[in-house]
Design a protein around this ligand. Sequence first.
Ligand SMILES: *Cc1c(COP(=O)(O)O)cnc(C)c1O
Length: 448
Amino acid sequence: MTAVEQTRHLATAIPGPRSSALISRKNDAVARGVGTTMPVYAARAGGGIVEDVDGNRLIDLGSGIAVTTIGNASPKVVEAVAAQAADFTHTCFMVTPYEGYVAVAEQLNRLTPGSAEKRSALFNSGSEAVENAVKIARAYTRKQAVVSFDHAYHGRTNLTMALTAKSMPYKHGFGPFAPEIYRAPLSYPFRDAEFGKELATDGEVAAKRAINVIDKQVGADNLAAVIIEPIQGEGGFIVPAPGFLRALLDWCRDNNVVFIADEVQTGFARTGAMFACEHEGIEPDLIVTAKGIADGLPLSAVTGRADIMDAPHVSGLGGTYGGNPVACAAALATIETIEADGLVERARQIETLMMSRLNQMQADDDRIGDVRGRGAMIAVELVKPGTTEPDAELTKALCAAAHAHGVIVLSCGTYGNVLRFLPPLAIGDDLLNEALDILATALADLPA
Ligand SMILES: *Cc1c(COP(=O)(O)O)cnc(C)c1O
């Protein structure tokens, strides 16, 4: 199979006839609760392009939600997956273990921030890894309560629904939720500005507000863990004010509370560092990873200090498929590609390019309230002109216009008014610029 041509190309309207036929089959066969962002069906993908079944080539600013960070069907991954699948596809690590699992654990222990001795355990999805991080923290502290934050997203299983903030669509109608979960206020600089400059710019002030809530409403004696995304994903690519994460971590250390960084969306070079915690110079007790770890194969992990990770009893952790050998081979090839191709640096270049273009767009249009993010995880928050009032309608219209012109973009945010960009790091500057041109034109064409 030749590489996917790296140009945008519209062969039909979006969706074309083949995608339309598949949409109709999907509606008859797939539960309606499983929604789709794009109206096109994928045939092939690579670099910065997804090609659909009608021969349309779309610019990919989504990476399958921050998963195919190194580029879809990346060559080393394809080779490693094929070789491993030919040897064996599964034995169950808990029955007949294999080297790939151990090698991934070694790589995670090496790559994650922190020089303390570490251990890792592998699972299938981000949600499953978050659940296991909570199990480990409870076993270690012998306490039960867990704090997560406003706007948080940690998954869709029962415990992670409870940790997730937003009701519609993630929780609505699906309760009751797991007990002993409490919510604290986040540092959200763009929206905190309403309550004073200090709160918006000084992370320690925002952390004090959160710690006060945790102290009074939960109490450190009951609290097993604090879980936080170092840059929130689904919640709106919210970068907390500097010092916020550090102050929370310090408080956790002083109070025998496990600090869990959910790096499911931010990990593996996405933010211009191997892990987003590095930007704040913090070393979490536990780090949860998934998404970008294996270029699309289902794999997730919990990595952290050996004394915490080793707290659960033997056979207390596991699962039939966790650390599947094919997924492990993909993860090892992914990590090799990130390091060999300098993809952390590439994410920083993408940040520079996107930030300068989007800041210019913001200067020209007061419906862009905020431009934020790091690396190849950048977003714009759309508002009613010159205010902070969210404009979800505009966001929806802009997404639809981008999709019609062959650009895959996603929205996010508690208020549905954040346009987020997660390009694969294998995308070329030409495609990135073309996608931004299309967005700028589409925004200018939408009535204020
Ligand atoms: C996607 C995501 C999850 C859940 O991962 P799944 O693999 O979908 O279960 C958890 N945390 C964060 C920050 C995420 O972005």
